[in-house]
Design a protein around this ligand. Structure first.
Ligand SMILES: [Zn+2]
Length: 354
């Protein structure tokens, strides 16, 4: 709706004394805007791949501790970037991965903001005790809608569509049980030049799910899960639960935070399971509310929620980096996992998760 039309309709509502009943959606989670509100879904305010590369290069110039590495190329030839903060290889190392699914962009926006924070006094001293690796926009072709299939029926406006799968229409989060040499180019780059190359202890894989997930009758701001395949080393699972506990306690302490347990599968083709099994890395899946674009309307969330979802990503990265740096992750209380309810869907949604 254009501003002009909104002004006119409010004026007519006032003329009839009906302003008090005019529904104006608010942005708080739990009772926030639905996908089917009047707001338009505009992708033009999301950062593009080229803008992201410019941003990263600028941050690299400004931050002594930051080094960029190109780990490979997408199907369409875009460089895939790894942002590295390695002060001491002997330190514990955490990897953050965003946008394996190209239509799940706000976690990337949060990760880029966090990179900026790492260059300021806000995290002073922290980087001396932890190594941080970030792969933002793993599926850049999907993020830019530069794909070899039609996006005609996608719901967003704003100059570009964003797709879950890569340009070859492969789901990059179903590649993780293959021989590395036969993976899609984006997954190959991640395994060959990040997972095999660096000594990584923790991974948070950041995603977005549909808009209709809830627990206790209230929409969730996101849901989390540790690896659930029975072949995974129990110690790795325990460390994954600790990673989740840091995130849970941090997000639940925010006024807008409300987390459920994600009902995910046990397949090793999924990063959460496959990466934990193959490399003994403690992994956490974080599914945030609402996708940036999709052909199925109930998955897509209006931009009024962008602010808190980006904050949720930043808080996730910031809290886990701090808890690893000061060692408090070792003694975090994981008992909430025993009682955290699995999320359910308020309206029936097709299953396309993780
Ligand atoms: Zn996803």
């Amino acid at each position: 709706m254009s501003k002009k039309i909104l002004t006119v309709s409010l004026a007519s509502a006032m003329a009839f004394g009906a302003l008090a009943t005019a529904a104006i959606p608010v942005g708080a989670v739990g009772n926030g805007p639905n996908y089917n509100g009047n707001e338009s879904i505009r992708t033009s305010m999301l950062i593009t791949y080229d803008e992201m590369v410019d941003y990263l290069k600028k941050q690299e110039k400004m931050q002594e501790a930051l080094e960029l590495e190109v780990i490979g190329q997408t199907v369409k030839g875009r460089d895939i970037y790894l942002a590295k903060y390695i002060s001491n290889p002997a330190n514990p190392t955490i990897l953050f991965l965003t946008q394996q699914h190209g239509n799940e962009q706000l976690a990337t926006e949060g990760a880029l903001e966090f990179i900026k924070h790492l260059g300021t006094g806000k995290t002073k001293g922290v980087l001396e005790n932890v190594n941080v690796l970030i792969v933002p926009m793993q599926n850049a072709d999907g993020a830019m809608g530069d794909v070899n299939f039609s996006t005609e029926n996608y719901v967003a406006d704003g100059g570009r569509h964003l797709t879950r799968t890569n340009a070859n229409n492969f789901d990059l989060n179903r590649e993780h049980d293959k021989e590395v040499s036969s993976m899609q180019p984006e997954a190959y780059a991640l395994h060959k030049n990040v997972l095999e190359k660096y000594d990584i202890d923790y991974l948070i894989d950041l995603h977005h799910q549909g808009t209709q997930s809830e627990i206790n009758g209230k929409y969730v701001s996101g849901s989390i899960l540790y690896p659930t395949n029975s072949s995974i080393n129990p110690e790795v699972v325990e460390n994954s639960k600790k990673l989740g506990a840091v995130v849970y306690h941090e997000i639940e302490s925010k006024g807008w935070g409300h987390l459920g347990k994600y009902n995910g599968g046990t397949g090793l083709n999924i990063g959460r399971n496959g990466i934990a099994e193959r490399y003994d890395i403690a992994t956490l899946l974080f599914e945030m509310r609402g996708m940036s674009d999709h052909s199925y309307e109930p998955y897509v969330l209006g931009q009024k929620s962008n602010g808190y979802l980006i904050k949720q990503s930043i808080a996730t990265l910031d809290s886990t980096v701090r808890a690893i740096a000061d060692g408090s992750i070792e003694s975090v209380d994981t008992s909430f996992w025993e009682i955290l309810p699995f999320q359910t869907n308020r309206i029936a949604e097709e299953e396309e998760g993780e």
